[in-house]
Structure formats: structure tokens, C-alpha cells
Design a protein around this ligand. Structure first.
Ligand SMILES: Nc1nc2c(ncn2[C@@H]2O[C@H](COP(=O)(O)OP(=O)(O)O)[C@@H](O)[C@H]2O)c(=O)[nH]1
Ligand SMILES: [Mg+2]
Length: 336
């Protein structure tokens, strides 16, 4: 079904209604500008540290130069393996010669692209009936906001969405999701505060089936992988859902906070197995100077990064496109 290509990449405008999203749409502002703005803090690191290094007149590519380059690259959180590949490549191509900024930038571009290509993918969808998406992650990572953003994309594409307020831990969480549901024209199924999230999930999926909804998205309370009872709860939610629709949940999305650094990565690790995650949303890229973290995220989890979060509004979500991402990161590095 074509509708699951609803999540236009950032080179396509969010409001494009041409309806032919097989065609690459270029020269449209909108999502690419948003991606660029979101990655501006990361680009700034490359723009100052790397650019300063590249602009030093007569500077030769020697060991101190390569170590300075490595230091600047690592600041973006792209991880030691990507930085090492770039440093090695630049060393091999330019050693003892005068620095050629074009070669260095090309090496960064190619390395990041190679590491990121193939690390994305479309959302899975149900072959018949509602598509069920379970959203999980640590507290405050951006789960509920990401659900609002997905809902916005779906409803804009004319799909009917029912939300399950599975974070029954805090009353405020239910209110937050209800507010978004009202604003975005989605239905919502809530439970009593403190009630069993699996029962809320069950009722949300039942509502999706009986009301012929296209999409059912289930929110969950934030948890840590060390809280084994809560991690088991995710398994229970999955089991309940799969009894209602055998191949559901069709997606289990892990939301990771791009600003939280290495710690967030370790915290998220246990989710992959406990929740059977199928993809990642990397939220809060806009607030981070460490947008390069997408490289270790993709490497470490071995899961496709399906979307990136670029702000707090419902429109601030882009489908992850490696080529555009790398261009946005390198924005301005070669400018005089
Ligand atoms: N700047 C920015 N803030 C975000 C993004 N996603 C979520 N937030 C903010 O992060 C905070 C926690 O988000 P929330 O969705 O409630 O997290 P949850 O606890 O995982 O459900 C809220 O203040 C959100 O507005 C994003 O992509 N960019
Ligand atoms: Mg929440």
C-alpha cells in the first residue's frame, strides 16, 4: 500500500499534495530546511573546529593535523570508528601534502554516508486491517511527542488513527496524549490511572479493529532496562496485541534522545530484546550539537533509524534520509 510512504523524506515538502511521492521532489523548502536548522548545532562544530583547521594557510597533513581532525570529528559524537576511518583516509590521500579542504570534506561525506546507507527503512504495515505501532524508550526520550508527530503525518495523509494511552503511570501523560489526539483529530483510548497498560493496549487495538481504523499507536511509560518487571510488561503488551492481530505489533519503535549522549545509548540497549524493537526514532536532534550520534546509534542497535525528531511541534519529524542528513551536517564547512 502506497500510503505507508506517507513519511516524506526531508527533501520533499511536508505539505506536498502532488500525491506522487515516488517522484523525487527537489528544490522545495520545508523539510530539508527544517533538517538543516535541526542539525545546525552539529554543523557548527564542523564549521568552526574542522573549518578552522582546514583554513590554516600552508598547514600540512601530518600526525598532529590528523589528531586535531580526529578531535573535532569526535565532538559531533559520530563515534571513534567513523572518526578513525576518516582520519586514516585523509592520511592516506594527503600525507605530507598541503591540506586540501575538498578532499577532507569529501572523505567525511563518504565515510558518514557509507556508515549510514542502508540504516533506514519504511514503516512496516499490516497486510490487512489496522497497523499497530508500539512506542517505547526511557523516560523523557520523546515518546509521546513522537507519537503526536506520527499521528500528524498519518492524519494529514487521510488515515484514521486511534491512540492507546498506555502510560498509565502518570495522569499528566494521559492528558498530554489526549491533548494531541484532540488537536490532530485522532481517537484515544485511556485507562484509569495506575491501570494495566496491557489492558489499555488491548482496548485500543479492539477499537481499531471494530472502528476500521488504519493505524493504532500505543504509548508506554518510560522505563529503564534495569526495571525487569517493567521490561516484562512490554512483553505482555506485545503478547496481548498479537492475540488480537497475529502479526501485530507491526512496528515497535524505540525512541532515543539525541542529546543524552552515550548514557542514553546504554540505557536503550535492553529494549531491543525485551520489547522486540523494529526501528528507532532519534528525537531531539535539533537541540543537539552531537547529531553525529546517529552513526553509533545505527551501528550499536543494528536497527533501522526510521525517523528523526527536529523540534517540539507535530510537524517536526523527518523520515531519515542518510544523504540529506550528511549534507545538512556538512552545511557550510567549505564556505569561504
Ligand atoms: N527540541 C525537541 N524537543 C523534543 C523533541 N521530542 C520531544 N521533545 C521534548 O522533550 C520533552 C519530553 O518529551 P515526551 O514526548 O513527553 O517524552 P516521553 O516521556 O518519552 O513521552 C518534552 O518537553 C518534549 O516537548 C524533539 O524532537 N526536539
Ligand atoms: Mg510520554
Amino acid at each position: 500500500m502506497a500510503f505507508f510512504r506517507f513519511g516524506k523524506s526531508s527533501s520533499e515538502s511536508a505539505g506536498d499534495s502532488a500525491g506522487d511521492d515516488e517522484q523525487p521532489v527537489t528544490a522545495k523548502p520545508g523539510m530539508f530546511d527544517r533538517l538543516r536548522a535541526g542539525l545546525s548545532k552539529t554543523a557548527q562544530v564542523l564549521n568552526t573546529d574542522v573549518r578552522d583547521l582546514l583554513k590554516q594557510e600552508g598547514r600540512r597533513v601530518d600526525t598532529p593535523f590528523l589528531e586535531e581532525l580526529r578531535g573535532a570529528l569526535v565532538k559531533t559524537d559520530m563515534g571513534p570508528s567513523a572518526a578513525e576511518t576518516i582520519v586514516k583516509d585523509v592520511g592516506e590521500r594527503l600525507r605530507s601534502r598541503v591540506v586540501d579542504p575538498e578532499v577532507v570534506v569529501e572523505s567525511i561525506r563518504r565515510t558518514l554516508h557509507d556508515k549510514l546507507v542502508g540504516t533506514t527503512g519504511d514503516l512496516a504495515e499490516s497486510s490487512s486491517g489496522p497497523t499497530v505501532i508500539l512506542v517505547t524508550g526511557v523516560n523523557g526520550s520523546g515518546k509521546t511527542t513522537s507519537i503526536a508527530k506520527l499521528t500528524c503525518r498519518f492524519t494529514e495523509a487521510g488515515l484514521r488513527v486511534v491512540l492507546g494511552a498506555g502510560d498509565t503511570f502518570r495522569a499528566a501523560a494521559v492528558e498530554q496524549l489526549s491533548m494531541w489526539a484532540g488537536r490532530l483529530g485522532a481517537e484515544i483510548v485511556c485507562g484509569e490511572s495506575g491501570s494495566d497498560p496491557a489492558s489499555v493496549a488491548h482496548r485500543a487495538v479492539a477499537r481499531a479493529l471494530e472502528g476500521n481504523f488504519d493505524i493504532c499507536i500505543i504509548d508506554t511509560a518510560g522505563r529503564l532496562q534495569t526495571q525487569s518487571n517493567l521490561m516484562q510488561e512490554l512483553g505482555k503488551i506485545r503478547r496481548v496485541i498479537s492475540k488480537q492481530i497475529p502479526d501485530a505489533p507491526h512496528e515497535v519503535l524505540l525512541v532515543i534522545d539525541a542529546t543524552a549522549g552515550q548514557n542514553a545509548l546504554s540505557q536503550a540497549e535492553g529494549f531491543k530484546e525485551a520489547a522486540g524493537c523494529t526501528g528507532i526514532i532519534l528525537a531531539k536532534l535539533d537541540g543537539s550539537a552531537r547529531g553525529g550520534v546517529i552513526v553509533p546509534v545505527a551501528e550499536r542497535f543494528g536497527l533501522p533509524v526510521k525517523f528523526v525528531g527536529l523540534g517540539e511541534s507535530a510537524e517536526d519529524l523527518a523520515r531519515f534520509n542518510p544523504a540529506e542528513f550528511v549534507e545538512a551536517m556538512l552545511e557550510g564547512v567549505l564556505k569561504p
